[in-house]
Design a protein around this ligand. Structure first.
Ligand code: PEP
Ligand code: MG
Length: 581
């Protein structure tokens, strides 16, 4: 028996799966070049229109069968594809080509699809570049009808426990397969920000994306091990290897089950320090997960999804209705609503008020900068957040602050809005706490000043690392430089925690670092007492908190910080973690 490492890609859910390979043949459907006579042009355009309509009916049928329990953003993916079917570029463009070039509908569609894919390919933003997959998916749906292809529908086979291999997956396929109990999937295309990856995360399916040539090397029916923690697929494993991974899988499952016992246990360190563990949420549906892990609150509610896939910004009532539902669903735990953070990595197609293209969007009109420039975007949200505070404990959090003047402007806007609401007789919490994200190095260096002007601080490590180390957080090429342990990052974090403490203001962390088990002891030793993370990471964080001795960690972290410039930070962290657990 040989063991082949069949592919290396990007692991999406840090988990293992073992199962039989199942090829889902859903590659791009190619068309042959074919020309028609002038007399055939009208029939050909009619044939194209029928194919578009048939593709629309297919997608609608999938959308109508999405189980109620799945997050709403999944239907939004399908809606995006439906909208593309209405877009002139795909739905009308080929008609022109048929008329002008006298070619078949299949060939006209392929030409149009190639041109669109090239436009996306040339985009600088890696997130937008991945949107070309959507164009291909939609074109395939039409092509399938034009070529009368009878792909076996997903659902016609028993996929339970199978590891799906595909060049790429459509959101529709992903949803249908998840409902059939697939063990994992591996795709050749797609990056960490692709729709497929986002869906896998949202649906909790172990997945590897971007595993080039995986469908060529892996055989139908052969046994595979997907190690999504490392982004590798192992093919045809021998008994020893299989045994090793089966044990790991069983240990992983046992560990997850054992964490359930911690749900009702207090989040207190072994030496008696209370630690606040909160959840990051994005969709109203994340509330269930938050309640399931008994989070102390929501430390970051990202509101960008409210603005996606629409032509005009949500109005005040829409904001309010969404926030009210979230607050009621949280049963009284406090929620920190972050105001709109649009721009850079949170660029969304077809988003109303998307910032104009910038040569460097991460440094451009993003987040609070955009909101202050476009009050009609910001005001309805501020009014709604304030009004929502009448339904439960709400805090406002401002992203990407970089100077105090900006903060003063935001605060006076909030006061203005409060005055309006008072005059209109609308209820709100007049003492609503206003906090800020510390995610720009300038703000971290001036944290003492921000701490004086704000009610709380929250460290956004995702951006703080990006901006401090000058690396685009979604650019694969420089991902290797993304280093939470860089001495500059650790110093900035420590400085913010100390500034908050000196001013008597709570400091939390809501970037990915807060939920990573590796860094929690370090952060505790630095003095961090509030953490906010994906709900799925919270019980593991509680386990670490409960077994930590903050007194000892404080001493060890002092020592680590004294040695950080001279020694390897990874080694130092590993020594800290093994000495304190
Ligand atoms: C951060 O930057 O760390 C953060 C939590 O915000 P986002 O990831 O939404 O930019
Ligand atoms: Mg951020």
């Amino acid at each position: 028996m040989t063991l082949a490492c069949a592919g290396i890609g990007i692991g999406v859910i840090r988990s293992i799966a073992i199962g039989e390979a199942w090829h889902l043949r859903r590659g791009r459907i190619e068309a042959r070049r074919r020309f028609i006579s002038a007399a055939e042009v009208e029939d050909e355009t009619a044939r194209f229109r029928q194919a578009v309509e048939a593709a629309r009916q297919d997608l609608k049928a999938v959308r109508d069968h999405i189980p109620k329990s799945t997050p709403t953003d999944i239907s939004a993916f399908i809606d995006t594809h439906l909208l593309m079917l209405e877009d002139a570029a795909l739905a009308e463009g080929p008609l022109e080509t048929i008329r002008e070039q006298h070619c078949s509908a299949e060939w006209a569609l392929q030409l149009r699809c190639n041109a669109l894919v090239q436009v996306f390919d040339e985009m600088e933003d890696p997130y937008l570049r991945t949107r070309k997959d959507d164009v291909t998916h939609v074109a395939n749906q039409i092509q399938k009808h034009l070529q009368a292809r009878q792909d076996k529908p997903v659902g016609a086979e028993d996929l339970n426990g199978k590891i799906i291999l595909a060049q790429d997956l459509t959101p529709a396929d992903t949803i249908l397969m998840r409902n059939q109990g697939i063990a994992a999937f591996v795709t050749e295309f797609g990056g960490p920000m692709s729709h497929t990856a986002i869906l896998a995360r949202s649906l909790g399916i172990p997945a590897i994306v971007g595993a080039h040539h995986a469908t060529q090397y892996l055989q139908q029916g052969e046994l595979l091990i997907v190690d999504a923690r490392r982004g590798v697929v192992l093919a045809d494993p021998d008994e020893r290897m299989l045994e090793h991974f089966r044990k790991q899988l069983a240990a992983e499952q046992a560990h997850t089950a054992s964490l359930q016992a911690l749900v009702d246990r207090p989040s207190v360190t072994a030496d008696g320090t209370a630690i606040t563990l909160m959840a990051n949420i994005e969709l109203p549906e994340d509330i269930k997960a938050t309640a399931g892990v008994d989070a102390a609150g929501v430390g970051l509610y990202r509101t960008e999804f409210l603005y996606m896939n629409r032509d005009s910004p949500p109005n005040e009532e829409e904001h309010l209705e969404t926030y009210r539902r979230v607050i009621e669903g949280l049963n009284g735990i406090p929620i920190t609503i972050r105001t709109l953070d649009l721009g850079a990595d949170k660029e969304v197609e077809r988003c109303c008020h998307a910032p104009p293209p910038a040569s460097n969007p991460a440094l451009g009109l993003r987040a609070i900068r955009l909101c202050l420039k476009e009050p009609e975007l910001f005001r309805p949200q501020l009014r709604a957040i304030l009004r929502a505070s009448a339904f439960g404990p709400v805090r406002i959090m401002i992203p990407m602050l970089s100077n105090i003047q900006e903060l003063r402007t935001v605060k006076s806007l909030i006061e203005e809005v409060k005055g309006e609401l008072k005059r209109e007789g609308l209820a709100f919490d007049s003492a609503i706490p206003v906090g800020g994200m510390i995610e720009v190095p300038a703000a971290a260096l001036a944290a003492d000043s921000f701490a004086r002007h704000l009610d709380f601080l929250s460290i956004g490590t995702n951006d703080l690392i990006q901006y401090t180390l000058a690396i685009d957080r979604i650019d694969d090429e420089v991902n290797y430089l993304y280093d939470p342990l860089h001495p500059s990052i650790l110093r900035l974090i420590q400085q913010v925690i100390q500034a908050g403490r000196a001013a008597g203001k709570p400091v939390s962390m809501c970037g990915e670092m807060a939920g990573n088990p590796l860094y929690i002891p370090l952060l505790l030793g630095m003095g961090l007492r509030e953490f906010s993370m994906r709900p799925g990471s919270l019980l593991e964080a509680k386990r670490i908190v409960r077994s930590s001795d903050v007194g000892r960690l404080t001493e060890c972290v002092k020592d680590l910080m004294a040695r950080i410039d001279e020694e390897d930070p990874v080694q130092l962290l590993s020594q800290l973690n093994s000495a304190t657990h």
